[in-house]
Design a protein around this ligand. Structure first.
Ligand code: HEC
Ligand code: HEC
Ligand code: HEC
Ligand code: HEC
Ligand code: HEC
Ligand code: HEC
Ligand code: HEC
Ligand code: HEC
Ligand code: HEC
Length: 467
C-alpha cells in the first residue's frame, strides 16, 4: 500500500484517491478489513463538523421555484449506510468552508441541484455508471427529460443500504415513478411470490435490469430474462403448443399469461439487413411526419398508406430492407404486469385462430424512438383482412424480402374464415394434422440423431428462434 501511495502523483485529488481505495475495497481485496471495520465506523472530524449543522430535523431551504430542500442528514442513518466510510467531501467537493452556510446559495430546483451533483458517483462506481449510460433513462435525460432517474433518484447517497438485503417490494426505487405498473405487479404471480418468499421471484430489475434498462418491447431482453428463470418453459409449451418458437417470437409472454388483458397486433418496422427493429434517428423525426402525411384524416393507416410508408423507408437504395414484423402483445404497461398462475393462461387456440378474433381488433404500426421506446401510429384493423381481397397484396408482399409471417398466417385465417363454416373446420383440422405430423417427424428425427447439434429438429428450432 505504501509503495502504491508513493508512486502516485502528488497532485492527484483526494477524491480520486478515495475512488481508487474504494475501487480496491470493492474488488474485495480488502474485504476482511471492511467487515472488521463496519461495526465500529466513526465519523471523521470533517464529517462530524458538517453533521453538527446538518443533523437537525426540519432544517430546510426554500428554492427559487418554491420547492423546499431538506438540509437534514441523519448521522445515524449515514453511519448505518454503505457510504459510512465515505466522506461528505468526496461527493460535495465544491463546498467552500469559508463561506458555506453563511451566504445563501442560489438553487433553482431540486432537479437542478441533483443534475449538478450527478457526476459525483462516477469516480467510485464505474461499472454501474457505464451500464447506465446506454439505458432508456439516461438517453431520455440526454434528450432533455426532467423525469427520468439519475443515480440519486434510485439510491439515496446518505442512507444507501446493501443491495443484497431483501427489501419490501414497495421500496424498490422503480415504484415511485412507475406507480401503475408497480400496483399491477404487486398483485400478480411474481409480486405475491416475492412478497411471501423474497428474492427467488423477480422484482422489476430482475426482468428489466437495474442500470442498463432498455425499452421493454425492444429486442428479446425481457423474454430472455423469463426463460433464464423458467428454463423448461419452451419444452413445457411444446407439449401442447405446436411451433412453440414461432409462437414465442410472435406473441409476448403477457399476451397469454395476463388473460384479462386487452391485446393488439403491433406491426413493427424491421430492418432485415441489420436484423433489428428500425429506429428513428435522434433529431431527424420522419415516422410521425410520414404517418401523418399518409393518414391525413387521422383514422388509422389503411393498406395503401402502409404500403407507401414502407416504400419511403425503403428509399435508400438497399432493396426491400425494411419489412413489417407482426407481434401480438398487450395494450398497456400495467397489463404486462398482471401475470397470473398457469391454470388461467390462454390455451384455447380459438382465442386467436378464428376469423374476427378479439385479439386482432386493434392494430398499430411502430418504430423504435430515439430512446428505444416505441412511437406508434394506428392502423385500420381491416388491413389484416383486406390483404386477401385487394390486388395490392402481391405488391405488399413483394416489399418484404422476408415474408410477413404474422400477416401471412392471418391471411390463411381470413381466407379460411371467409369461406364456409364446415370448410373452416376441415381446413383447421388438416392444418393441425400437418403440424402434428411435422412435430412427430421432428421428434423421430431428433431421437434417431440422438439430439446432436446437427439434427434437423435442432436446426429448425434455432432457425425459428432467430427469426
Ligand atoms: C456518495 C456521495 C455523497 C456523500 C458521501 C454525501 N453526499 Fe450529500 N448529496 C449527494 C448528492 C448526489 C446529493 C443530491 C441529492 C439528490 O440528488 O437527491 C446530496 C445532497 C445533499 C444535501 C442537500 C439535501 C438533500 O438531501 O438533497 C445535503 C445537506 C447534503 N448532501 C449533505 C451531506 C453531508 C453532511 C454529508 C456527509 C455526512 C454528505 N452529504 C455526504 C451525495 C453525497
Ligand atoms: C455552520 C453550519 C454548517 C456547516 C458546518 C455545514 N453546513 Fe452545509 N449548509 C448550512 C446552511 C445554513 C445551508 C443552507 C445555505 C443556503 O441557504 O444556501 C447549508 C447548505 C448545504 C447544502 C445544500 C446545497 C448548498 O450548497 O447550499 C449542502 C449540500 C451542504 N450544506 C453540505 C455540507 C457539507 C458537506 C458540509 C461539511 C463539509 C457542510 N454542509 C457544513 C450550514 C452548514
Ligand atoms: C468516494 C467513493 C464513493 C463515491 C463518490 C460514491 N460511492 Fe457508493 N459506495 C462506495 C463504497 C466504498 C461503498 C461500499 C462498498 C461497495 O459496496 O462497493 C459504496 C456502496 C454503494 C452502494 C451499495 C452497493 C451495495 O450493495 O453494497 C450504492 C447503491 C452506491 N454506493 C451508490 C452510490 C451513488 C448513487 C453515488 C453518487 C451519489 C455513490 N455511490 C458515490 C464508495 C463511493
Ligand atoms: C432506475 C433506478 C436506478 C438507477 C438510475 C441507478 N441504479 Fe444503481 N441499482 C438499482 C437497483 C434496483 C439495484 C439493485 C440491483 C440488484 O439487486 O441486482 C442497483 C444496484 C447498484 C449498485 C450495487 C450493485 C452493482 O451493480 O454494483 C451500485 C454500486 C449502484 N447501483 C450504483 C449506481 C450508480 C453509480 C448509478 C448512476 C450511474 C445508479 N446506480 C443508477 C437501481 C438504479
Ligand atoms: C416478470 C418480469 C417482469 C417484472 C418483474 C417486471 N416487468 Fe416490466 N415488463 C415486463 C414485460 C414482459 C413487459 C412487456 C414487454 C413487451 O412489450 O414485450 C414489461 C413492460 C414494462 C414497461 C413498459 C410499459 C409500456 O408502456 O410499454 C415498464 C415501464 C416496466 N415494464 C416497468 C416495470 C417496473 C417498474 C416493474 C416493477 C414494479 C416491472 N416492470 C416488473 C416484464 C416484467
Ligand atoms: C425518477 C423516476 C423513475 C424511476 C425511479 C424509474 N423510472 Fe423507468 N422511466 C421513467 C420515465 C419518466 C420513463 C418514460 C415514460 C414511461 O415510459 O413510463 C421511464 C421509462 C422506463 C422504461 C421504458 C418504457 C417502455 O416503453 O419500454 C422501462 C422499461 C423502465 N422505465 C423501467 C424502470 C425500472 C426497472 C426502474 C427501477 C430499476 C425504473 N424504471 C425507475 C422514470 C423512472
Ligand atoms: C399461446 C399462449 C402462451 C404463450 C405465448 C406463452 N405461454 Fe406460458 N403457458 C401458457 C399456458 C396455457 C400454460 C399452462 C399450460 C398447462 O396447462 O400446464 C403456460 C405455462 C407456463 C409456465 C408454467 C410452466 C409449468 O408447467 O410449470 C411458465 C413458467 C410459462 N408458461 C412461461 C412463459 C413464458 C416465459 C413465455 C414467453 C416466452 C410464455 N409462457 C408464453 C400459454 C402461453
Ligand atoms: C428471477 C426469476 C424469475 C423471472 C425472471 C421470471 N419468473 Fe416467473 N416465476 C418465478 C417464480 C419463483 C415463480 C413462482 C414459483 C413457480 O410457480 O414457479 C414464478 C411463477 C411464474 C408463473 C406462474 C406459474 C404457475 O405455476 O402458475 C408464470 C406464468 C410465470 N412465472 C411467467 C413468467 C414470465 C412470463 C416471465 C417474464 C416476463 C417470468 N415469469 C420471469 C421466477 C421468475
Ligand atoms: C394468443 C394467440 C394464439 C394462441 C392462443 C394460439 N396461437 Fe397459433 N399462432 C398465433 C400467431 C400470432 C401465429 C403466427 C405466428 C407467425 O408465424 O409469425 C400463430 C401460428 C400458428 C401456426 C402456424 C405456424 C406456421 O408454421 O406457420 C399454427 C399451426 C398454430 N399457430 C397452431 C396453434 C394451436 C394448435 C394453438 C392451440 C393449442 C394455437 N396455435 C394457439 C397466435 C396464437
Amino acid at each position: 500500500m505504501k509503495n502504491l501511495l508513493a508512486l502516485g502523483s502528488m497532485n492527484m485529488s483526494r477524491r480520486k484517491w478515495r475512488g481508487l481505495l474504494a475501487g480496491i475495497l470493492a474488488l474485495g481485496l480488502a474485504a476482511p478489513l471492511t467487515i472488521a471495520r463496519a461495526a465500529d465506523v466513526e465519523l471523521s472530524k470533517e464529517d462530524a463538523a458538517c453533521l453538527k449543522c446538518h443533523d437537525k430535523e426540519g432544517e430546510a431551504k426554500k428554492l427559487e421555484n418554491g420547492e423546499v430542500l431538506s438540509l437534514h442528514i441523519s448521522t445515524k442513518a449515514y453511519l448505518e449506510s454503505r457510504h459510512n466510510e465515505t466522506s461528505c467531501e468526496d461527493c460535495h467537493d465544491s463546498i467552500d468552508a469559508k463561506t458555506h452556510g453563511k451566504t445563501k446559495a442560489v438553487i433553482k430546483s431540486k432537479r437542478e441541484y441533483s443534475l449538478g451533483m450527478k457526476d459525483s458517483c462516477l469516480t467510485c462506481h464505474k461499472k454501474p455508471a457505464t451500464q447506465y449510460q446506454d439505458s432508456v433513462h439516461a438517453t431520455m435525460i440526454k434528450e432533455g427529460s426532467d423525469k427520468a432517474p439519475l443515480c440519486s433518484n434510485c439510491h439515496n447517497p446518505h442512507t444507501v443500504k446493501s443491495v443484497k438485503l431483501v427489501t419490501p417490494i414497495a421500496e424498490t426505487p422503480c415504484a415511485s415513478c412507475h406507480e401503475d405498473i408497480f400496483k399491477a405487479y404487486s398483485g400478480d404471480v411474481h409480486g405475491l411470490e416475492r412478497a411471501a418468499k423474497g428474492k427467488i421471484a423477480p422484482l422489476c430489475s430482475d426482468c428489466h435490469k437495474a442500470h442498463d434498462v432498455k425499452a421493454a418491447s425492444l429486442g428479446d431482453g425481457v423474454k430472455d430474462a423469463c426463460i433464464a428463470c423458467h428454463k423448461d418453459a419452451v419444452a413445457e409449451h411444446k407439449d401442447w403448443l405446436p411451433n412453440t418458437e414461432r409462437h414465442f417470437a410472435a406473441i409476448s409472454c403477457p399476451a397469454c399469461h395476463a388473460p384479462t388483458a386487452h391485446r393488439r397486433v403491433n406491426l413493427r418496422l424491421y430492418d432485415g439487413k441489420a436484423g433489428q427493429q428500425v429506429s428513428e434517428k435522434s433529431g431527424v423525426p420522419q415516422f410521425e411526419r410520414l404517418a401523418q402525411a399518409a393518414d391525413t384524416k387521422n383514422v388509422g393507416l389503411d393498406e395503401r398508406a402502409l404500403w407507401s410508408m414502407l416504400k419511403e423507408f425503403n428509399q435508400d437504395g438497399v432493396d426491400n430492407k425494411t419489412t413489417l414484423r407482426g407481434r401480438l402483445e398487450v395494450r398497456s404497461g400495467a397489463e404486462a404486469h398482471q401475470l397470473s398462475e398457469k391454470s388461467k393462461a390462454i390455451k384455447d387456440c380459438k382465442t386467436c385462430h378464428q376469423a374476427g378474433a378479439a385479439a386482432f381488433q386493434s392494430v398499430s404500426l411502430t418504430i423504435a424512438g430515439p430512446d428505444g421506446r416505441p412511437l406508434r401510429h394506428g392502423v385500420q384493423k381491416d388491413v389484416l383482412s383486406s390483404l386477401t381481397s385487394m390486388g395490392s397484396v402481391r405488391g405488399f408482399y413483394a416489399i418484404g424480402a422476408t415474408r410477413i409471417k404474422l400477416l401471412d398466417y392471418l391471411l390463411v385465417l381470413v381466407l379460411v374464415g371467409s369461406i364456409s363454416v364446415p370448410l373452416v373446420h376441415m381446413t383447421v383440422k388438416w392444418m393441425f394434422r400437418r403440424v402434428r405430423a411435422k412435430v412427430e417427424a421432428e421428434r423421430r428425427a431428433a431421437a434417431s440423431a440422438s439430439a446432436g447439434p446437427d439434427s434437423p429438429g435442432d436446426r429448425r428450432a434455432s432457425d425459428d428462434a432467430s427469426r
